[in-house]
Write a protein that binds this ligand. Structure first.
Ligand code: PEP
Ligand code: MN
Length: 341
């Protein structure tokens, strides 16, 4: 249920409604807009309905939230986009975020060289995996905790916030000390205990769409994180499995405007993992930015031919500046400006 307060409702009215929602065992999620406050009441529908909040002081109306994902739904926020702030960079609304860095942290030198290059080109955040989801158990699995120390060094030197993937909740504690955004990989989109655990941390989270997941499944996965009280969720389209075999995955760019209709959460696009090869990364990035994505997460390496993982799709670090300027122009078509410091 969604309790829409009157424009003149004061804080005491709002608090009284929150108290009544919580007294019946539901959770209140207030969202304070410029004009009115809306309170999502998430819990047992019957209990919430029995509260008969219609007519309570300061309440304008009580309406059902129609979608199965309640907190992620645009209805709850009445068109106000979520804007996530990380160390002065903004993600969502009229801000465009360029998240760049290598697929995998391989060494100190490789990581710091990539970090300096993307920072100089105005990237908003730095990405790099240390726990890697590999199809083969015999492939390099990432540097783990040693990789986290390298990421910490990259952050200390460049000031860029760090995005890295968490696969196992047991790694959460060391990861959270270093990292600013937790990435949930496509293969873990429906790992519900992991999502709930991340929800309890409150850390900004980049949730990637599963290889064969519908947008509704993606939004329901986001709901697991939001439900635990973490509002800082970004969604990421990274390509889905289709019958097409000419490239790695099919980048579903229709997802961008459709998600914008359905949710207030920022939508990021990953052209690298969809394309699987470098020549496709720039055109897909430009299309995503012009389609209204809130950001791009892209793989960049100082020497892709030597990369341990995903070499063919990583952009050359020394060509990144030119790429970034083109993407910035495409984002401007959709009315967004690059968020950097
Ligand atoms: C990644 O971004 O490093 C990654 C493995 O992506 P995905 O989960 O989308 O395959
Ligand atoms: Mn990769």
């Amino acid at each position: 249920m969604m309790i829409v307060m009157k424009a003149r409702a004061d804080e005491a009215h709002i608090q009284a409604v929150i108290d009544r929602i919580e007294a019946c065992g539901a959770v209140a999620h207030p969202s304070r807009g410029a004009e009115v406050t809306v309170i999502g009441a998430i819990g047992d529908l019957e209990h919430v309905a029995k509260l008969e909040l219609e007519g309570a002081p300061g309440v304008d109306k009580v309406v059902p939230i129609l979608k199965p994902y309640k907190l992620a739904s645009n209805q709850l926020r009445q068109g106000a986009p979520t804007v996530i702030e990380i160390d002065g960079r903004r993600i969502g609304g009229e801000h465009f975020s360029l998240i760049a860095g290598p697929c995998t942290v391989e060494s100190r030198d490789q990581t710091l060289t990539a970090a300096r290059a993307v920072k100089d080109a105005g990237a908003s955040l730095f990405r790099g995996g240390v726990y890697k989801p590999r199809t083969s158990p015999y492939a390099f699995q990432g540097l783990g905790d040693a990789g986290l120390r390298i990421l910490a060094e990259a952050k200390a030197e460049t000031g860029m916030p760090i995005v890295t993937e968490l696969m196992d909740a047991r790694d959460l504690e060391p990861l959270i000390e270093v990292v600013d955004v937790i990435q949930v990989g496509a293969r873990n989109m429906q790992n519900y205990p992991l999502l709930s655990e991340i929800g309890r941390t409150g850390k900004p989270t980049l949730l990637k769409r599963g290889l064969s997941s519908t947008l509704e499944e993606l939004l329901m996965a986001a709901e697991y994180i939001l439900k635990e009280g973490n509002p800082n969720v970004m969604l990421c389209e990274r390509g889905i499995r289709t019958f097409e075999t000419a490239y790695r995955f099919t980048l579903d760019l229709t997802a961008v405007p459709v998600l914008k209709e359905l949710t207030h959460l920022p939508v990021i696009v990953d052209p690298s993992h969809a394309a699987g090869r470098r020549s496709l990364v720039e055109p897909l990035s430009l299309a995503a930015a012009a389609a209204g994505a809130d950001g791009i997460i892209v793989e960049v390496h100082p020497a892709p031919e030597e990369a341990i993982c995903d070499g063919p799709q990583q952009l050359y670090a020394d060509a990144f500046e030119e790429y970034a300027r083109k993407v910035e122009q495409a984002a401007a078509i959709a009315g967004k400006a690059l968020s950097t410091v």
